[in-house]
Ligand binder design. Structure first.
Ligand SMILES: N[C@@H](CCC(=O)N[C@@H](CS)C(=O)NCC(=O)O)C(=O)O
Length: 244
């Protein structure tokens, strides 16, 4: 039996981490039986969430989880795609994971108002007398990670401009297709949905969200995917529709 380790639903999202949502959707697409549990950082093979335990074999990283499922269970998430489409789908995933992701981290963790509404709540279980110190320390680490990635060296306006190009590209590739690459789901739908939903998250006031909301096809895609994979989250669907 496969267990997916997650942060658990938060921010009105299936998970605050788009990587966790991606892995969750991939597992749902695979049709394999699995369960979800809250993960512990001390037990993650890569020091990050998500990770899975598949009959005693631990695997971290959403993309490595996908490769594991493909290999062990002979699942071809991209079986409906041509070679060119597979290439585009993979490039879209990496654009979202290595570029848009960091802009979302910046919007949620560095902007004080968004931080207070969102990530600050991750620390609520910590005793009040040390909470401010721990919160400040973790936020400093996030700032350092953003700087090391490179995006954190840019001004907020520059970061927004880059993020908007990513959502524009995603919306253009999606166009009026039901799924990212056409009539059928593919592996990159898990990523496209998870990151588009993260960008559109109504909890956070960000210029990235305002820009993404202008892409009616992207909003409608997130609604469809939510209905398909998270039918219980119908209130989120109507929130997105109100935003479109
Ligand atoms: N490449 C990884 C990225 C996962 C990732 O960055 N997870 C974040 C949450 S969104 C995390 O666990 N960060 C904790 C840390 O960096 O210490 C994947 O695809 O799973």
């Amino acid at each position: 039996m496969i267990t997916l380790y997650t942060f658990g639903p938060d921010f009105g999202l299936p998970d605050p981490s788009p990587f966790v949502t991606k892995a969750d959707v991939l597992l749902k697409i695979s049709g394999l039986p699995f369960q979800s549990q809250l993960g512990k950082f001390g037990q993650t093979p890569k020091g990050k969430m998500p990770y899975i335990d598949d009959d005693g074999v631990k695997m971290g990283d959403s993309t490595l989880i996908r490769l594991h499922l493909e290999k062990k269970y002979s699942i071809d998430f991209d079986r409906h795609l041509t070679t060119t489409e597979k290439g585009i789908a993979w490039a879209v995933e990496k654009m979202l994971e290595d570029n848009l992701y960091w802009a979302l981290v910046h919007a949620r963790w560095i902007d004080d108002a968004n931080f207070a509404k969102g990530p600050a709540n991750f620390f609520r279980a910590i005793p009040a007398f040390i909470r401010p110190v721990v919160t400040k320390m973790v936020r400093k680490t996030v700032r350092k990670n953003l700087h090391a990635h490179g995006l954190g060296r840019h001004t907020p306006a520059e970061i927004t401009a880059l993020a908007n190009r990513a959502t524009d590209a995603l919306a253009a590739i999606l166009d009026d297709k039901p799924y990212l690459m056409g009539a059928h789901l593919c592996g990159a739908d898990a990523t496209a949905f998870a990151f588009a939903l993260g960008a559109l998250c109504p909890l956070f006031d960000t210029p990235i969200r305002a820009h993404a909301e202008r892409h009616a096809n992207l909003v409608a895609y997130c609604e469809r995917m939510q209905r398909e994979f998270y039918p219980a989250n119908s209130s989120n669907v109507s929130t997105l529709r109100a935003a479109a």
